[in-house]
Design a protein around this ligand. Structure first.
Ligand code: NCD
Length: 315
């Protein structure tokens, strides 16, 4: 049984296959309209979400399947004290595939160990977010044409941001990637990412505090929100929340073909005036997220479509 809990659960070839399938789907959406007919996705979200949950649901609906689920811990039996393992064992009886988001790191892994249907980690605490990583990869591939030879700046809350940890883990598997980690001292990337991911993959990186000092070197700027819900006290959050605000003034220092990514939601870290700059890709990125989740679910469910046959059938 294949699950997606950590980006490294997939080989580079499997990831490439998923991205290629997403490209095929984008180019010929009607051909995939019944690819998952009769299949049910369960979205088990114990933490807030807009894009991840709704793009998963839209993805399954666009594949001709259906969706069940809950969108907060309060509306599930978790509120009565049920364990993640028991919830997963129950849902296995109702659905063919699970997407789970949970505030506790490792919860989707526990679910995957208790069921015989694929489990996808849709974000576990401050740990990982592999489907956002696939979204980010597809965005980078579509807009730069490559997944190698890039200088990527990560900016903001690099300590608690699971999208950052996941994407660094994945990008450091590709050739000639250079990382610039831009954060306040208190929100630096955890040591385990530096030691077990960057150093192990011989990926060059530097840590800086000022965005202005490095923005001109970047091919990709990955902005993130300060993760309020992971702070131990509100005063620290308030002190750090506006550490970085990307605006048109700062963008004057950047390359003409910089790509600005953000997993969203945005709070203050990108000024709305930046949205109309052609380098701002974050809303396009959210759309890529739906197509890559369509491709991922097809792969995990072992589904395929013969585009020639569906053309013949007039689908
Ligand atoms: C991210 C998350 O949940 O980690 N959102 C998302 O899935 N696009 C980023 C965030 O919440 O800051």
């Amino acid at each position: 049984m294949k699950h997606l809990i950590d980006p490294t659960d997939l080989t580079l070839q499997e990831i490439d296959d998923i991205l290629c399938l997403a490209e095929k789907i984008m180019a010929n959406r009607p051909a995939y309209a019944e690819a998952a007919k009769g299949k049910k996705l369960a979205t088990l979200f114990f933490e807030p979400s807009t894009r991840t949950r709704l793009s998963f649901e839209a993805a399954m609906l666009e594949l001709g399947g259906s969706v069940i689920g809950f969108s907060s811990a309060n509306s599930s039996s978790a509120a009565k004290g049920e364990s993640v393992a028991d919830t997963a064992r129950t849902i296995e009886k109702y659905a063919d595939i699970i997407a789970m988001r949970h505030p506790k790191e490792g919860a989707p892994l526990v679910a995957s160990m208790n069921v015989n249907i694929p489990v996808i980690n849709a974000g576990d605490g401050g740990h990982l977010h592999p489907t956002q990583t696939l979204t980010d990869l597809l965005t980078i591939k579509e807009t730069t044409g490559r997944l190698s030879d890039l200088t990527i700046g990560f900016c903001g809350d690099l300590k608690f941001g699971r999208t950052v940890h996941s994407l660094i883990k994945q990008l450091s598997r590709y050739q000639n990637m250079r990382f610039i980690l831009i954060s306040p001292q208190e929100l630096k990337v955890p040591d385990y990412i530096k030691e077990e991911v960057l150093d192990k993959n011989d990926a060059p990186y530097q840590e800086v505090e000022r965005m202005e000092d490095v923005i001109g070197e970047l091919d990709i700027l990955y902005m993130t929100r300060v993760q309020r819900e992971r702070f131990f006290n509100e005063a620290d959050y308030i002190r750090l929340k506006d550490s970085y605000i990307l605006d048109l003034e700062k963008l004057k220092l950047a390359k003409e073909d910089l790509k600005i990514l953000h997993p969203l939601p945005r709070v203050n870290e990108i000024s709305v005036e930046v949205d109309k700059d052609p380098r701002a890709l974050y809303f396009a990125q959210a759309e890529y997220g739906k197509f890559v989740r369509m491709a991922l679910m097809m792969k995990l469910l072992g589904l395929s479509v013969d585009e020639k046959d569906s053309a013949k059938a007039g689908i």
